[in-house]
Unconditional design. Sequence first.
Length: 210
Amino acid sequence: MLVVELRGSIITVRSEKLTANYLDQLESEKARSSKSIANILRDGDLGSNHEDFNSHFEQRGLRYNSRGEVIVTGFDNDNYYEEGYSFFRSKIHRMKNQSHTYCDVGWPGDLFLLTVEFEIGLFQQLKISTEMENFEPRYLKVLSSTLLTKPTYKMVSGITYNNAPVEIGNNFGYEKKGLFAAIVRPKKSRIFNKNIYRDFVDASYTEIDI
């Protein structure tokens, strides 16, 4: 049995259509407390935090950059609690794509609450039912997606091996770091037929203390 670990910078993207009533509450709380939207959501000052605003979109992924890493470890027995041998490593941005999509976090004509939560550590631990001597690195490919906001985020949501899904194992061992929150007005791109999310009515960032 082989275990594949995906490690690095992790983001969770969430979005929900913003109602006029909640927008009024946010603006009132900002004026009363002198806090940013990110801090209001992090602290749950209006009875809900950023994790609750996900009715339209939610996706967690490993950022597709030079900090992300793939580590493959082999085990003699089908028990990854025993000591294994890590024999393959690769930077995530050097991996080939199995498929790629764009994040649909809203549509033109409405305001959306968009949040991006940042973590670091182990994104996923996955299992491949093969042996070290039979492992083929070229069969390992990523499932990726792009969020067209500012800045643009490309992330990996999973991997395949030999064009087949991989069994998901543990996802412990990560640390929360920060939160970006924005009220965004989606627009259709003039260059290609995709929605973009760069017209911020309000935007802020805060750290998350654990």
